[in-house]
Every structure is written in structure tokens, then in C-alpha cells.
Design a binder for this molecule. Structure first.
Ligand code: 0A1
Ligand code: ZN
Length: 884
């Protein structure tokens, strides 16, 4: 049947806004337009005939009218680039179906029917990596958010929960392993060389959690006994040859399962848990019920090929996906506006897990660094949105640092205000009350109010308002009274010109300068636009430590003497606050330097204060090296730019590098000694050895900027002696930025040593694209032509181009070449993989906060993209908003 000739119906989808969109602009979906589904699908049967370039799918849906729905007789099944090859209702072929855009509409007379639809897809041609696609000869699926509709017609929305039974048949030699959600209930072989398997998942789930994998895979197998004594089979499936790099992932999975029982009382609910690693994947991983699909980079790790940071990322992502089994799968989202319900909560859970597995203090600092470098700029730019957005055009664009990381911070604030025990009562109530449901953020908030005993009336503003609150602080001392004055503003963001004050929970301490102790930490909650807090019995002006542990995701404006920051950097007992003092010291100095406000004397004075604190950190024998390594990191250029209304990236880069060089020269001796000490520590995975590796590369970085020759000497020695990827990459990072002969030697060695190992070759691309080498831009253009580069693998694209987009020296080069590089990429990548292409737009979208000459060039690139006639919905939405 010729689908194109069928008359198209007007849009009836209840999730689509009625307002006519401007030409080219995809329709706007609004949260307020939510309607319950007209039809439910209690049971879904799927029969797959598998092939790399042709896969046939027959769906069999039991559909029942939703008593809470609109009562419409028409069944709307979403589709995307698929055609209905045959449609049957209650066993009989029907022809009077029609298409509305990509959706299939079928009129159904009764209250309950069996609907069958046949479709066919080409997995090998699926370069978007959404739906059913081929990766390295295997077949796998990605359905969140709206990929299921690229496989078969279905009410592809998260509030339609169904019990799935899946049958698949494929060539046994090509696809020896056949996996889907739940448990394998039957399998067998056919005479023609094919085999088949049937899988049944007893837990009702939305279509976005469906998964299927078929390929030549081997497993690392283990078992886990749950708290009620059930034995669960665990498998991590990888390509043959990769199995030796899966043990850390397996250890992390077992630790996650145990931790979720202890920390949240959550037990796993199937007899089998499968993880599959695939090399072509748009995101980090996916929490499909009982069958998580992972980007290889969050599964494979061994000391030779993975850094300590990679090990931590594997642990964190394995935990994250596992925790989704409750926060996401058992309780899912009613609609995609509620995404932070599962993502914000699950990020908080994975953060708490990683903190419990390692150093709580270091983890907190790392999490705040991510928030500030990725989320704060988002919140102050054209793409700012609340953690629960009000509208979207393409939901893939809303898997953001705001929904994930700020979402986690918002729930963390509830935990801070309630205390961990009460918070646990709130989460228990939430899990109990909403198990099996598609819930909303409001449901979560209510459970917290009732279970944890919080009044969150005003707090709800954190869900509805975008923008990072700014809290201005002053502290006065008179007689024996210290008076703390706080005032807050929440900046205007697109579509939200006026904001109300939000509750800001601040953990504070007031230090006595003499005995270096504080009077006991307190939690104060600023609820008004401004307020005053009075503290008695201070004979001398105390030193204020505020927002300890980063208790609120706000930016603090506190103009205070340098000596107070030096004091806190040396003495604060809250590790985050100590880090924060060091960061503020540097930020204050660099912001002044960039704005030209420092004469030579002031510059020398500022440097001396930073140097004093820096030297104290480098030499403090009471500090653990992991923490020392954190404290030594200078604020990122993107974070420095955030501190300025209009930033000059060139000046920021120059001043930050100059400070780094000064520290490297001024403290050459103690940095050299630190490097020597760290070099002597043998490889192990314990905290002391990891700490040694962290400071080794930190020290090397300073030494090299201060003295290129000495840096190159130490770096090449470290590179040659390296018996692990942390040291090798640390040395390579330094060499990649230096214009020295050792650079070429190390890069060539690195490539030939790891040829064929995709994840390490990704590092080889990133190291170069992220370097501060004078020829970095020409090098990136050349790397794009390298035989190992491909536009069809998202990891490789990100390795080269995301490294370039976040490299301030390359991206903001005054020629504009960095902007053109990213603009060209977006236009070339969009037809291949729009989701990944759209992720590059925000870097250009920051033009309003950049000095005018560069801003004009950034804008020009956005305009060139906008002029493309056939942009994807993903890129179109981001570019339009960025220009807006
Ligand atoms: N739910 C996943 C994230 C995810 C979202 C979309 C994807 O499509 C390509 C893939 C993964 C998580 O939070 O881990
Ligand atoms: Zn998630």
C-alpha cells in the first residue's frame, strides 16, 4: 500500500500545542497540555526476524480503552520513519487505517481489541542510533526517549505501561546471543541455521525501557544474593577479547546492588541482570529493565587503558543505571516534563553511592565542579530551563545538566533540610506509594512533605524557576555581635522575566581567628529576598564559612578580605569550604587581572596571597593526596567567564596561564619534590596510590607551564616509565601542549601502542584537540582527515570535537576558526546523527556573554546553521533558541 498517497489528518495528538508554529519550526509540546492516554496497552508481544540490514517486526498489542482517557474511538500509535506493512484488528486484516504525519490511526469500535502491525527497518542504515541499529556487527536498541516508535507503531509515551513478551529469530552464527528484558523463557534452533529465543518481562514498563540485543558476545558472569535471599544472575556482555576489562564494572554492579539495599532499602526484582557494552552509543548508558545497554567507555577498564577518572566514571554510571531500577523503572515518569523525577533523583543516588565508595569530600568537590562548569553556564544562557521544563520541541535536547545535576542538587537540599534519617522516610514513602506508577515531580514533593516532614510550599519554586540564584553576603561586627545580612536575586531567564525568592539552605560556621575553631555549624534557610541573622558572643570579628558542602546550588557574592580566604583555605574543617576559599582567592584575583584593574603592586600582592595558600596546600602533611590534588586545580576558564557579564576569553586564558606559570616557577622546588615523591609510589588502586597519581600530574602541569624544558624532561620520563593509563595520559596531556620534540615521539608511540583499541584512540584524539599547543586548530583539522576518524561513531566525534569545543584556546581563537570548526561540524553531523549534533550548539550559543568581536563570529556560525533548509528538530530548536 502506498502510504504517501493516504490523506493526512489534522494533528490531534493531545501533547501537541494548537498554536500554529512559524515555518520551519517544529511544534511546541507543553506541560500544561498533558492528557491521559485514550487507550492503554496492558500486554505487548513483539516478534523480531533479525538481520543487519533488514529486520522484520510484528507487534501484537492488547489495547483497552482507558476509563480515565478522553473516550476517543481512534487508536493513535506513534511512528517515526516506519511504514505499516500490514495491520490486523482481532485477527482480521484492516485497510481503513490512516497516517497522521508519522502516526498510525486506527478506528476501534469496542473497548478492547488485539491490534497487530508489521513493520520493517534497516538497522545498518540507522546512523541516528535511535530505535534498532547495528553496531560492530551486533544489533541493539535505544528507545529513550522516543526511539521505540522507530521500531514499531505504539503509544510511545511513558505513561503507557505494558507487560512485554518478545520472540526473536536470527542467524545463529551471526547472532549467537539473543537478549531482551526480563527472563528467557524458551529457546531453540531451526533447521535453516537460525535460532530463536523468547523473553518475558513480568514488570509492566513504558516503551522507552524496551531493549533487545543480538550479537557475538561473551559474558563476565557473577551472582548476587539479595537481602531477602534471592539469587540473581549477573552478566556483563562484551565483544570477545574485551572480557578481561569487565571486572571493575562487575565489582561496581555488585557494590551498587548492596548499597541500594542498605542506603535506600531497595532490592532487585528479577532473577537476571544483564549489561551489554556497545561501541556506538549516543549517551553514557541506558537503564532498560533487566538489560542495561552501555557505552563501552563506562564498562571497560583495566590499568593499562583506563585512568583513575575512567574507573570512577564506570563505577558512577554502573550505579546510576542500576539505581534507575527503582527510581525510573519501578516508578517511571508520567510525561517527559517529569524527566528530573527519575534523573535528578538517580544522579543524587549515584553521587551518594560514589561518595560512600571513596572520599565523600573529593566527590562533593568534583560534583560541584561539574555543576559549575556545565550547568551554571546553561542556566545563564539562551537555553536556560527549569529542572521541570514547561515546553520543548525535541525532548532529546532536555537531557541536560539542569535536569540531571541541578535536579540532583534540588533533592539534595531537601535532604539537607530534613536530615538523612527523615529524608529516608520521605523516599520510603515515595517508593511505597508510587510503585508501579508513572509519577510526577509533584508526587515526589508530596511524599517528601509527608514522609520527611518538610513544608515544601515555597520550595516548589526550585522546580518551576530557571536561573542560578545569586546570594549577596555581608558580615558586620560590633561589640560582641556579628550580623549576617543575606539578600537573593534569581536572574531573569528566557520566558521568565520575573522571579520570586527561593528557600536557600546554607550551612554556615563562624570561625574564631585565634583558636581557628568555629562555634558549631548551623543551618540557616534564607527564604526572603533579604534577611538578617544575628550571632552573639564574638569578641572579635569572626571569619564566615558559608554554603559549606555547597548546601545550596547558588552563587555567593561576598566581597571580603584576602586574608579571610587565606585563613579558610588553610583552616576550614569543611573540605568543600576549604576548596571554595582557594577557588575564590584565585577567582577574585583573575577577574581583577582580566578587567585590567591590577597595577603591578596589586598583581604581586594578589599572587603572593594565592602563593601562600597554594604552598600550604602542596606541603600540608595532614592532607590526603586525593584532596590535595583537588585543591591544586585552578578554576576553569568557563567558570571564570561566568563571573563576568561580558567575558574576553583571550584575556582569561592569558591571565590564568600566567598565574599557573608564576606558581610553577615560584614553587618549582616544592612542586618538583611533590612530583618526585609521587613518582616513587607503586601502582595500586588504593586511595593513597590514586592520590599520588593525581598530584603527580597536577604538579607536572604547573612545572611544565613554569619551565617548558623541565616539564618536558619530567613528562617524557613519566610517559616512558608509565605502567598505567593515568600516568601515561597525565604525561601526554602536558607534552601535547608543549612545542618540544618529545611531543611527537610520545604521540606516535601512544597511537601505535593502542592501535585498534577504540577507547584509547579516543583519548589520543582528545589529548590533541584539548591541548594548548600553538598549532592546535590546524592539528584538529588534520585529525578530522585521519583514517581513524569517523563521523558515525559518537565517541570518536566527541573525542575530537567536544574536546575542541571545551578547549578555550582552540574554540575562542581570535581568528574565529574554532567557531567555524564547530559550526561546520554541526552542519555535517546533523544529517547523520542529529542528537549528537545538537549537543554542540550550546557552545556557540554563549555568544551574548562574549566580547563583541568574537560574539559576532559565533553568531554568524549559528546563522549559517539556521539557514540550512532541512535541519533536524534537535538542531533547529537549539539554534533558534540560541539566536533568539
Ligand atoms: N536514561 C539514560 C540516559 C539516556 C537518554 C537517552 C538516550 O538516548 C540516546 C540514552 C540514554 C540515563 O540517564 O542514563
Ligand atoms: Zn539516568
Amino acid at each position: 500500500m502506498d502510504i504517501a498517497s493516504r490523506p493526512a489528518e489534522p494533528a490531534e495528538n493531545t501533547q501537541v500545542a494548537d498554536a500554529a508554529p512559524p515555518p520551519h519550526s517544529p511544534p511546541v509540546i507543553r506541560r500544561e497540555d498533558y492528557q491521559p492516554p485514550a487507550w492503554l496497552v496492558p500486554e505487548t508481544g513483539l516478534d523480531f526476524t533479525l538481520g543487519i540490514d533488514a529486520a522484520g517486526i510484528t507487534s501484537k498489542l492488547k489495547v483497552v480503552r482507558n476509563p480515565e482517557g478522553s473516550g476517543e474511538a481512534v487508536l493513535r500509535l506513534n511512528g517515526d520513519q516506519i511504514a505499516p506493512l500490514a495491520v490486523r484488528v482481532d485477527g482480521a486484516a484492516v485497510n481503513d487505517w490512516r497516517l497522521d504525519g508519522s502516526d498510525l490511526l486506527i478506528d476501534l469500535p469496542g473497548a478492547e481489541h488485539i491490534v497487530e502491525v508489521e513493520t520493517q527497518v534497516n538497522p545498518a542504515a540507522n546512523s541516528q542510533l535511535m530505535g534498532l541499529y547495528a553496531s560492530n556487527g551486533m544489533l541493539c536498541t535505544q528507545c529513550e526517549a522516543e526511539g521505540f516508535r522507530r521500531i514499531t507503531f505504539f503509544p510511545d509515551r511513558p505513561d503507557v505501561l505494558s507487560v512485554y513478551s518478545v520472540r526473536m529469530t536470527g542467524d545463529k552464527a551471526q547472532f549467537p546471543i539473543l537478549l531482551a528484558n526480563g527472563n528467557c523463557t524458551a529457546q531453540g534452533e531451526n533447521a535453516d541455521g537460525t535460532h530463536w529465543a523468547e523473553w518475558h518481562d513480568p514488570w509492566p514498563k513504558p516503551s522507552y525501557l524496551f531493549a533487545l540485543v543480538a550479537g557475538d558476545l561473551v559474558a563476565n558472569h557473577a551472582t548476587f544474593t539479595t537481602m531477602s535471599g534471592r539469587e540473581v544472575d549477573l552478566n556483563i556482555w562484551v565483544r570477545p577479547g574485551d572480557e578481561d576489562r569487565t571486572q571493575h564494572a562487575m565489582d561496581s554492579l555488585i557494590a551498587s546492588m548492596k548499597w541500594d539495599e542498605e542506603a535506600f532499602g531497595r532490592e532487585y526484582d528479577l532473577d537476571l541482570f544483564n549489561i551489554v557494552a556497545v561501541s556506538d552509543f549516543n549517551m553514557g548508558a541506558m537503564e532498560n529493565k533487566g538489560l542495561n545497554v552501555f557505552n563501552t567507555r563506562y564498562v571497560l577498564a583495566d590499568p593499562e587503558t583506563a585512568t583513575d577518572g575512567d574507573y570512577d566514571a564506570v563505577e558512577g554510571v554502573i550505579g546510576h543505571e542500576y539505581f534507575h531500577n527503582w527510581s525510573g523503572n519501578r516508578i517511571t515518569c508520567r510525561d517527559w516534563f517529569q524527566l528530573s523525577l527519575k534523573e535528578g533523583f538517580t544522579v543524587l543516588r549515584d553521587q551518594l553511592f560514589s561518595a560512600a565508595m571513596g572520599s565523600e569530600a573529593v566527590k562533593r568537590i568534583e560534583d560541584v565542579r561539574v555543576l559549575r562548569s556545565a550547568q551554571f553556564p546553561e542556566d545563564s544562557g539562551p537555553l536556560a530551563h527549569p529542572i521541570r521544563p514547561d515546553s520543548y520541541q525535541e525532548i532529546s535536547n532536555f537531557y541536560t545538566a539542569t535536569v540531571y545535576n541541578k535536579g540532583a542538587e534540588v533533592i539534595r537540599m531537601m535532604r539537607t533540610m530534613a536530615g538523612p534519617m527523615q529524608f529516608r522516610k520521605g523516599t520510603d514513602l515515595y517508593f511505597d506509594r508510587h510503585d508501579g506508577e508513572a509519577a510526577t515531580c509533584e508526587d515526589f514533593i508530596r511524599s517528601m512533605e509527608e514522609g520527611a516532614g518538610l513544608d515544601l510550599t515555597q520550595f516548589r519554586l526550585w522546580y518551576s524557576q530557571a536561573g542560578t540564584p545569586q546570594v549577596a553576603v555581608t558580615l558586620k561586627h560590633e561589640g560582641t555581635t556579628a550580623t549576617l545580612h543575606l539578600s537573593q536575586t534569581v536572574p531573569a531567564t528566557p520566558g521568565q522575566p520575573d522571579k520570586q525568592p527561593v528557600p536557600v539552605p546554607l550551612r554556615i560556621g563562624l570561625f574564631n581567628r585565634d583558636n581557628k575553631e568555629h562555634t558549631g555549624e548551623q543551618l540557616i534557610v534564607l527564604t526572603k529576598a533579604s534577611d538578617t541573622f544575628v550571632f552573639e558572643e564574638f569578641d572579635h570579628p569572626p571569619v564566615l564559612s558559608i554554603n559549606r558542602g555547597f548546601s545550596a546550588p547558588v552563587s555567593i557574592e561576598f566581597d571580603r578580605p584576602v586574608e579571610d580566604l587565606v585563613f579558610l583555605a588553610a583552616h576550614d574543617d569543611d573540605p568543600f569550604a576549604r576548596y571554595e576559599a582557594m577557588q575564590s582567592l584565585v577567582v577574585q584575583h583573575l577577574v581583577a587581572a582580566v578587567s585590567g584593574a591590577l597595577d603591578e603592586a596589586a598583581r604581586a600582592e594578589g599572587r603572593a596571597a594565592i602563593g601562600e595558600a597554594f604552598a600550604a596546600i602542596v606541603t600540608d602533611s595532614a592532607l590526603e593526596d586525593l584532596m590535595r590534588g583537588e585543591l591544586m586545580i585552578l578554576p576553569a576558564e568557563s567558570y571564570l567567564a561566568e563571573q563576568m557579564l561580558i567575558a574576553d576569553p583571550g584575556a582569561i586564558h592569558a591571565e590564568r596561564e600566567a598565574l599557573k606559570a608564576w606558581l610553577g616557577r615560584e614553587y618549582a622546588q616544592i612542586l618538583g619534590a611533590l612530583h618526585d615523591r609521587a613518582v616513587a609510589v607503586l601502582y595500586s588502586r588504593d586511595a593513597a596510590a590514586r592520590g599520588a597519581r593525581k598530584i603527580k600530574s597536577q604538579a607536572l602541569g604547573y612545572i611544565a607551564v613554569g619551565n617548558n624544558a623541565e616539564g618536558a624532561r619530567r613528562a617524557i620520563a613519566q610517559y616512558r616509565a608509565a605502567d598505567n593509563m593515568t600516568d601515561r595520559q597525565g604525561a601526554m596531556l602536558v607534552l601535547a601542549s608543549l612545542d618540544v620534540p618529545e611531543r611527537a615521539e610520545a604521540l606516535a608511540d601512544f597511537h601505535s601502542r593502542y592501535e585498534g583499541n577504540a577507547l584509547v584512540i579516543d583519548k589520543w584524539f582528545s589529548l590533541q584537540a584539548g591541548s594548548f599547543h600553538p598549532g592546535v586548530l590546524a592539528n584538529i583539522r588534520a585529525l578530522a582527515e585521519h583514517p581513524d576518524f569517523t563521523m558515525t561513531n559518537p565517541n570518536r566525534v566527541r573525542a575530537l570535537y567536544m574536546a575542541a569545543a571545551v578547549n578555550p584556546k582552540a574554540f575562542h581563537d581570535e581568528s574565529g576558526e574554532g567557531y567555524r570548526l564547530i559550526g561546520d561540524l554541526i552542519r555535517r553531523l546533523d544529517p547523520i546523527n542529529p542528537q549528537t549534533a545538537a549537543r554542540f550548539v550550546p557552545s556557540l550559543g554563549r555568544w551574548r556573554r562574549i566580547e563583541p568581536v568574537r560574539a559576532a563570529m559565533m553568531r554568524e556560525e549559528l546563522q549559517k546553521i539556521a539557514a540550512e533548509p532541512s535541519l533536524s528538530r534537535d538542531v533547529r530548536e537549539q539554534v533558534t533558541k540560541s539566536l533568539g
